[in-house]
Design a protein around this ligand. Structure first.
Ligand code: SF4
Length: 332
């Protein structure tokens, strides 16, 4: 959903944009000026089954929308557009493509934000690259900002204190770099004035605890553990106040792109050329680029199919530390 926002902004220049979204994604779009309304599709609960799908289709029809851009490519959303009587445009690789009114080539050589943006291309003209770099956009509310201010104050963070955000989590185990605690410990000596902030979901709390312990053992400033304490937009607001983010190929990477927070991204079983790399002005991707087994899956798996997991295990904390130090110096 975050990478869809450049497309939403493009479409909003032509007319009202209504977005069908899961409850979690609907929250991400709150306050977005390109969005006229969000139709929440709670497919697992309130809108489960065909009856729920038809109900949501009726709500989509009521908006008066004429075309649906299928950022999410399932057969279910394709059926939704059909039942709403709305023409649909989507990728020629999507599961629901047989139901689309028009299919657009899925460009493997484009960033996904660019691919989505291209869904609105004039079908009579050749597809073109966006005029300039695309960056997603998010709009945290005043409440989100206030929550972040309170979190920083409670942790004793002083004005101007450099914040280094770490996002150690991922749904996929093979994407989780295993050395965030070693990195945080090394940063105590290299960047003693900086404060480590851990971003993530509630399930990432054990990773945050290991990072906090590594910093404590080296006598560093107490780590600010924000895991599970902020919404996605709240996390975006926090990232906007951080000097940089170190992250896996996961959601915080895209939050940082939206807030233009300098990003050090660690890629293992996936590679940025698949279209999901960072889009901040200042960003670098680290990984074992020479490994011939990369990438081994579209999303990363729960276990390395070769058993050695060298793509992540062998990314050295010292290399990441040096990259962070370079970036911090560049910002001074
Ligand atoms: S097969 Fe290669 S790319 Fe995939 S998880 Fe294992 S080491 Fe990483």
């Amino acid at each position: 959903m975050i990478l869809t926002t450049p497309l939403l902004e493009r479409l909003a220049r032509e007319g009202a944009v209504h977005v069908v979204a899961t409850p979690a994604n609907a929250a991400v779009l709150a306050h977005h000026p390109a969005v006229a309304s969000v139709i929440v599709y709670d497919k697992r609960n309130a809108d489960a089954g065909l009856a729920g799908l038809r109900r949501v289709a009726a709500r989509l029809r009521a908006t008066g929308a004429t075309t649906a851009y299928m950022a999410q490519g399932s057969w279910r959303t394709a059926a939704l557009a059909r039942w709403a009587g709305v023409a649909s445009v989507g990728f020629d690789t999507s599961a629901g493509r047989w139901l689309y009114s028009r299919r657009v080539p899925y460009r493997n050589d484009w960033h996904h934000a660019q691919r989505l943006w291209g869904l609105a291309d004039d079908p009579r003209a050749p597809s073109v690259a966006a005029p300039g770099p695309l960056r997603p956009s998010l709009f945290p509310s005043a409440d989100d900002e206030a929550q972040v201010t309170a979190l920083l104050a409670a942790a004793g963070v002083e004005s101007g204190e450099p914040l280094v955000a770490l996002a150690p989590g991922s749904v996929w185990a093979t994407k989780r770099w295993p050395s965030y605690d070693a990195l945080a410990g090394a940063l105590v000596a290299r960047l003693p004035a900086a404060r480590v902030v851990v971003i993530g979901a509630g399930g990432d709390a054990p990773l945050a605890a290991a990072i906090g312990e590594a910093v404590r053992q080296r006598g560093g400033r107490p780590v600010l553990d924000a895991t599970g304490r902020l919404s996605l937009l709240g996390s975006a607001a926090l990232l906007a106040r951080c000097t940089l983010l170190v992250t896996n190929d996961s959601a915080p990477l895209h939050l940082a792109s939206a807030m233009n927070t300098p990003t050090v991204a660690l890629f293992g079983p996936t590679v940025p050329s698949m279209g999901f790399g960072p889009l901040a002005d200042r960003q670098v991707v680290l990984g074992r680029h020479e490994l011939t087994c990369r990438p081994c899956s579209a999303h990363g798996g729960q276990a390395c199919p070769l058993g050695h997991w060298q793509c992540m295990r062998d990314v050295q904390p010292s290399a990441v530390t040096e990259q962070i130090v370079r970036e911090m110096r560049a910002r001074q």
